[in-house]
Design a protein. Structure first.
Length: 489
C-alpha cells in the first residue's frame, strides 16, 4: 500500500485543511518509532473498548437518489490521510456530498496521525463515519476486522452506482478490489480506493543514455547495473529506513519464478513457505546487488523521500516502489525523466510465469467503523468518490488510477501513468496480489521487511540467514492465538 510521510501534520475540520503532506500506501508504524501506539496495544484496547454509547445510527428513507438511506440532516465526519495523494480530491468529493445533503454538517479532517488520533475514539465508541486508513500510523486492518470494529460494506457494493442506476457499485470496480476487502467469508470491510502498480521504477531517459533496454532476466539486470557503475551511477536505491519497500518488486519476482502459489503459501503462514527454492533464488539475486556494490552508497540510512530524490537526480537507475511515486516525487523529477515501471526481472526460461507478471492491487484503504453514528453517510461519500467525475478528478490530480474500472476518459495521462497502464495491459491475467501486507501489517513491516529483508540488503544477514529469521517470524505469527489468522480460499 504507499509511502511514509515525515512532514508536519496539517489537521483542521469543517471543510478546509492547510498544507499537503506525503502519502503511505504501505504504511509504516514501528519503523517510525510509534511505540506509544503499537498494533498489539490497539488490539487489546479494541478488545476491551467500544464505549457505552448505544445511540442508534442515523438512517433516512431510501430513494432512487438516496439508495443508502442517508439521513438528510445527520452530521457526517470524514477523516482522510494527508499524504502523497494530498487532500484536495477528498475535499472535492465532500463538496458533492454537501450538495446532495445541504442540511448535513460535514466535518472533514486531513491528518497524518491516523492511529494516534483515532485509537482513543475507537476505544470510546465515537469513531468517524469514514476513514482513509493509510500512512505511517495506519491501523492494522486484520486487527480491526478480528475485533469487529468495521462495518460490512456490502450495502455500498450492492447499491446503484453513482452514474448508472442500472449498475451496482461492485460491477464498476477493477478486478480484485472487492476480494481485497474480504478477510473471512463474504463480508467486505475495506474499500481500496486507489489502484496501484508495484514494481521497479526507472527513468527511460537514463536507460536510453546507457543504450540499454529494461532487463527481463537477472543476468541482464546485473549487466545493466555493471554498465551504470562504470559511469558512476548506482544500479539501485531504496528507502533503507523503510526497507519493506523492497518487497514491492521482490515479491512479484518470487511469484514470477515460483508461481503464485508460493506467495499464497507465504500469505497463509504455511510451515516452510519461506524455504521454497524460488524464495531462496530471488533472495540470492537481490543480495548480489549488495555484494557487487550496485546499491547506492548510504542507502540503508535513507528515508523514502531521500531515496526517491537520489533516484530522480540520476544517482541510481532503479527503485522499488508503487505508482504513487510519480506524484510524491513530482517536485524533484525532471520534466524529461520519462517515469516508467518495469515488471520484475526473472531468472531464466524455467520461471513459472512470463515476463510482464506484475503486482497490482487496490491501495488507500477506506473503512466505515462499525460504531459510526452515520455509517450510511460514510458509505454514500464512498459511492460519490467511485463515480466517474470524482474518479477522473482523483486521477488527474494525483497521477494514480482509482478503483473505478475506467475513469480515465478525457484525461491526459502522465508518463508514469501511461507506463503503468501499459504494464497492466502486458500483464493481462498475470497479476499478483500478496495479502500478507494487509493481513499481517506488523509482521510484514517490522519483522519480514525490516528485520529480515532490510538486514540482508544492508549486508548484515546472508540470504540463508534472512530466510531462517523470516520463517521464524512467520511461524511465531502462525502460532499466536492473540491475532486472527486469514487464508486464501
Amino acid at each position: 500500500m504507499g509511502s511514509t510521510s515525515a512532514d508536519a501534520e496539517n489537521n483542521t475540520t469543517s471543510g478546509a485543511v492547510d498544507g499537503v503532506g506525503r502519502r503511505d500506501l504501505i504504511k509504516r508504524s514501528a519503523a517510525l518509532g510509534l511505540a506509544a501506539v503499537p498494533a498489539t496495544g490497539f488490539l487489546s484496547a479494541c478488545a476491551s473498548g467500544g464505549g457505552e454509547d448505544t445511540e442508534k445510527p442515523a438512517q433516512g428513507s431510501k430513494t432512487a437518489k438516496n439508495p443508502l438511506g442517508v439521513a438528510a440532516d445527520a452530521p457526517m465526519e470524514f477523516v482522510l490521510f494527508n499524504g502523497g495523494f494530498g487532500k484536495e480530491y477528498g475535499e472535492d468529493a465532500v463538496k458533492v456530498y454537501e450538495k446532495s445533503f445541504p442540511k448535513s454538517k460535514v466535518t472533514f479532517t486531513a491528518t497524518q496521525k491516523i492511529q494516534s488520533t483515532l485509537q482513543p475514539r475507537f476505544n470510546g465508541g465515537t469513531p468517524p463515519d469514514l476513514i482513509d486508513n493509510s500512512g505511517a500510523e495506519q491501523m492494522d486492518m486484520g486487527v480491526l476486522v478480528g475485533q469487529k470494529q468495521l462495518a460490512d460494506l456490502t450495502p455500498l457494493l450492492d447499491a446503484p452506482s453513482f452514474d448508472d442506476p442500472d449498475k451496482k457499485v461492485r460491477d464498476t470496480l477493477r478486478p480484485g478490489i472487492v476480494e481485497m476487502g474480504q478477510f473471512d467469508g463474504d463480508p467486505v470491510y475495506v474499500l481500496y480506493y486507489a489502484y496501484t502498480t508495484y514494481g521497479v521504477w526507472y527513468s527511460q531517459k537514463a536507460l536510453d543514455q546507457l543504450e540499454v533496454e529494461y532487463p527481463e532476466t537477472w543476468d541482464d539486470m546485473l549487466a545493466v547495473c555493471e554498465k551504470a557503475k562504470k559511469k558512476g551511477v548506482a544500479g539501485w536505491t531504496y528507502p533503507g529506513q523503510y526497507p519493506y519497500y523492497i518487497p514491492f518488486s521482490l515479491y512479484a519476482m518470487i511469484g514470477k519464478v515460483g508461481g503464485a502459489d508460493v506467495l499464497k503459501a507465504i500469505d497463509n503462514l504455511e510451515p516452510n513457505a519461506w524455504k521454497h527454492p524460488a524464495v531462496k533464488a530471488c533472495f540470492e539475486a537481490y543480495y548480489e546487488l549488495y555484494r557487487k556494490g550496485y546499491v547506492l552508497k548510504g542507502t540503508p540510512g535513507l528515508s523514502h523521500t531521500q531515496s526517491q530524490a537520489a533516484w530522480a537526480e540520476g544517482k541510481a537507475l532503479f527503485i522499488p516502489n508503487g505508482s504513487w511515486v510519480e506524484n510524491e516525487s513530482a517536485e524533484v523529477i525532471p520534466d524529461d525523466f520519462g517515469v516508467s515501471i518495469g515488471a520484475p526481472s526473472g531468472l531464466d526460461s524455467s520461471d513459472k510465469m512470463p515476463f510482464g507478471t506484475l503486482w497490482a492491487s487496490g491501495a488507500e484503504p477506506f473503512v466505515v467503523p462499525a460504531n459510526a453514528k452515520n455509517p450510511s453517510g460514510g458509505m454514500e461519500q464512498l459511492r460519490i468518490m467511485l463515480g466517474e467525475e470524482s474518479s477522473r478528478n482523483f486521477t488527474s490530480k494525483v497521477k494514480s488510477l482509482s478503483a473505478l474500472d475506467g475513469g480515465t476518459d478525457g484525461i491526459e495521462l502522465t508518463p508514469g501513468l501511461t507506463s503503468g497502464v501499459a504494464a497492466l495491459e502486458k500483464a493481462g491475467d498475470n497479476i499478483l496480489n500478496p495479502r500478507i501486507q494487509d493481513w499481517y501489517v506488523a509482521l510484514q513491516k517490522e519483522k519480514i521487511g525490516t528485520g529480515g529483508i532490510g538486514e540482508m540488503m544492508a549486508g548484515r544477514l546472508t540470504p540463508a540467514e534472512a530466510i531462517k529469521k523470516i520463517q521464524g517470524y512467520a511461524d511465531e505469527a502462525a502460532k499466536d492465538d492473540s491475532i486472527k489468522h486469514y487464508k486464501h480460499a
